[in-house]
Design a protein around this ligand. Structure first.
Ligand code: FES
Length: 315
């Protein structure tokens, strides 16, 4: 089981608009202590008073141990987390956060092609700054409805021609199907599901390991490999549970009284990541890369299932 990072009470030191409906929150610890270190690609869970947990990428400077920055897109049609944050988290307000987690660590590569759609720019900002500081070759394709509605453009435009904006209202659509990465280039992307699905499809003809994505929305998955009940042995707890077709592994484990830290329960945050000791997994999460799924070493127990009659997990 992944060791949970600490929960920290923070205050909003500053809040400012980055784009229509996108606000940046600068969070500082209530006790004035230093915040844990983090690397580009990391996120934190914001634990709202409304009982909702939401994940937000850290988009500030990893070298700043005094403050974390997150950007929150208000989604009125969403499940309520971003609306709660926009309405309740004012300057001077307090909230608890858990983190940092990092399931989207920046890979080492001789050159990078960053691709962002809308709010998906947030985990890429620290990566772009790190690539720039390291003198690496990089470009960014940044897609959105219009220049007016995509955030952080003023900062990004200082990089000149390496940043290409694809605004739909200007008819400048990003041609994902025609994208051909240079040899050794890492393609690192975050954005809406449609964009990432198109990249997944395009990447099927690229060298393995070229594409790295972070999804804020769960990917489409087909039918489970098995429709029957299966067994899961919890090695550390010394117990075995049955998982029916209607249950998730997480549900069954919790019903057996074994605690697993979880947050999104839809395979996008990585909080419930669990070590697989034995058995084939039907990976249904939106985090692991195809290579990581093939390695079969970890699974997200909130959505992934068994592809065999029995799994053994390090729980
Ligand atoms: S709880 Fe978020 S991936 Fe399982």
């Amino acid at each position: 089981m992944t060791t949970a990072p600490p929960e920290i009470d923070v205050t909003v030191r500053r809040r400012e608009s980055a784009a229509p409906d996108v606000d940046v929150f600068e969070l500082v610890p209530v006790d004035g202590a230093s915040l844990p270190g983090w690397e580009p690609g990391a996120h934190v869970d914001v634990l709202t008073d409304a009982g909702l947990e939401r994940q937000y990428s850290l988009c500030g400077d990893p070298a700043d141990a005094g403050a974390w920055r997150i950007a929150v897109l208000r989604e009125d049609e969403g499940r309520g987390g971003s609306r709660w944050i926009h309405e309740n988290l004012l300057e001077g307000g307090r909230v608890r956060v858990r983190g940092p987690w990092n399931h989207f660590a920046m890979v080492e590569a001789p050159r990078y092609r960053f691709i962002a759609g809308g709010i998906g720019i947030t985990p890429l900002l620290p990566m772009i700054r790190a690539a720039e500081a390291a003198g690496a070759a990089w470009t960014l394709d940044y897609a959105g409805r219009s220049r007016a509605c995509i955030g952080f453009l003023a900062e990004l435009e200082t990089y000149g021609a390496r940043v290409r904006v694809h605004a739909s209202d200007e008819g400048a659509r990003l041609d994902i199907a025609g994208l051909v990465p240079a040899e050794g280039e890492a393609v690192i992307a975050c954005g809406p599901r449609r964009m990432l699905d198109a990249l997944d499809e395009a990447a099927s003809s690229w060298a393995p390991g070229t594409l790295h994505v972070e999804r804020f929305e769960a990917r489409e998955v087909g039918e489970p490999v098995r429709h029957e009940t299966f067994e899961v042995e919890l090695m550390l707890s010394g117990t075995t549970v049955e998982v029916t077709p209607e249950q998730s592994v997480l549900d069954a484990v919790e019903q057996a009284g074994v605690f697993v830290l979880s947050s999104c329960r839809e395979g996008t945050c990585g909080t419930c990541e669990t070590v697989v000791v034995e058995g084939e997994v039907d990976h249904r999460d939106s985090i692991l890369s195809p290579e990581e799924r093939d390695a079969n070493e970890r699974m997200m127990v909130c959505v992934s299932r068994a592809a065999c009659p029995r799994l053994v997990l390090e729980l």
